[in-house]
Design a protein around this ligand. Structure first.
Ligand code: CO8
Length: 371
């Protein structure tokens, strides 16, 4: 069995940070505008009056304090409430490719590897900019990488599933060195006029180099992978090429991200605990020997639920970092950005778990060890 390593990671985030107060003020201005505009419909019961959002609720319910968003001005404008993005045309570089290239260059620099040494590019994301040609192939061409590239969609587990695919491609002999890219532009898919989810997401992109050799002393060996999916409609995005033919005539906004957040919380957290426990038990590893859990960054209460069940109620918060306080939920990029930000203190032999969970449902847990 080949040994396979994560040898470097890098990430991109937008320049502008948006605080809870800023996003709440914008939402509440939208509420005032809506309630005034639809006063008659609200009075006759045809429409429901909207209620204010609050920073206190957001921080308590999610742990999120800020997020980085692509086009702050338009997202916060109560008359717009969405970002504007450059046109995706054959003549332009795709925005997903552009941010992937920035993250990829940082990952390649961290791994000390050149494009000419990479054999494949795998792009995983919860929303792609187009059906084809693959963003991975565009990035491959732009960076001058030989071999092959492909895109895959696995919701919030797209990053870890893509790393797992890189592992499989390397262990089967298809490739030696793989670039995994995970652009997560969530803001175009987020309905900023929805009170229960307007605050959740941030934009980001992460890139990971997966190799058949630990070429630097920053590398982490991937010891084990565990992947589980279970169908659920509790997180859905219905945006599809079939919207034009399904005769439902739904507005764009109705096709965006929707979730039953409380059910997701209740159903997914116990699954994650069971999966990590099973995985560690199969490997004969005690949880005390896991120095850090880099968990999916959707909600701080979910992270502490999982960490408490695994480590015990009085666990040290450093064991399960919450980068979501600064970045928000950056979909599948979250667990690997947490790994990127909080793995510098690992010494040879230290072990950690990178675990994503969310839409699908999809869960992927990777046990890694510092070389
Ligand atoms: N301000 C003030 N009050 C609010 C607000 C608000 N903004 N929103 C809701 N409330 C109120 C509700 O009306 C309710 O009031 P009442 O009790 O009087 O009925 C009360 O607060 C409680 O509401 P909830 O039960 O909805 O609140 P929760 O405590 O469950 O918190 C969360 C809501 C934060 C959404 C929480 O349920 C959660 O995070 N769940 C997990 C969700 C999750 O992990 N989802 C996965 C996300 S999907 C993903 O990660 C990738 C998807 C792809 C990217 C998508 C791009 C757009």
């Amino acid at each position: 069995m080949k040994e396979i390593f994560i040898t470097g990671t890098g990430f991109w985030k937008p320049d502008e940070i948006v605080t809870n107060d800023e996003i709440v003020n914008s939402y509440n201005a939208y509420v005032d505008k809506f309630n005034e505009e639809f006063k008659a419909e609200i009075a006759s019961g045809q429409k429901s009056e909207l209620s204010y959002s609050s920073s206190e609720f957001i921080e308590k319910a999610s742990g999120i304090k800020t997020r980085y968003i692509l086009d702050k001005k338009n997202v916060l404008d109560p008359n717009v409430m969405k970002p504007t993005t450059p046109a995706e045309l054959a003549s332009n570089q795709s925005l997903l490719a552009e941010i992937s290239i920035i993250a990829a260059k940082k990952a390649m620099e961290a791994a000390k590897i050149n494009a000419s040494e990479i054999d494949a590019v795998i792009m995983g994301t919860s929303h792609s900019a187009r059906n084809y040609p693959a963003i991975a192939i565009e990035v491959q061409e732009e960076l001058g990488i030989a071999g092959y590239g492909y895109d895959m969609l696995v919701g919030c587990s797209s990053t870890t599933f893509a790393i797992s695919n890189a592992f499989s491609d390397i262990s089967s002999g298809l490739a030696n060195n793989v670039l995994v890219i995970n652009p997560e532009l969530t803001s175009p898919a987020n309905d900023f006029t929805l009170r229960d989810s307007h605050f959740i997401f941030g934009d980001a992109c992460v890139a990971t180099i997966v190799q058949s050799q630990a070429i630097n002393d920053q590398s982490f060996k991937i010891l084990n992978r565990k992947l589980v999916t279970q169908f659920s409609n509790n997180i859905r995005s219905d945006f599809s090429y079939m919207n034009r033919t399904d005769q439902l005539d739904r507005d764009d906004d109705e096709l965006l991200f929707r979730q039953n957040g409380r059910s997701v919380f209740k159903e997914v957290c116990p699954m994650v605990v069971t999966i990590i426990n099973q995985q560690l038990s199969d490997m004969n590893i005690d949880i005390c020997d896991i120095k850090r859990l880099w968990l999916h960054q959707a909600n701080g209460n979910m992270i502490s639920y999982v960490a408490k069940k695994l480590y015990g109620d009085n666990y040290d918060e450093k064991l399960a970092p919450m980068i979501l306080a600064e970045y928000g939920n950056v979909a599948s990029a979250g667990s690997v950005i947490a790994f990127n930000q909080t793995s510098d203190d690992f010494i040879s032999g230290d072990k950690g778990v990178i675990c994503s969970f969310g839409a699908g449902y999809s869960i992927c847990s990777l046990v890694v060890e510092k070389v």
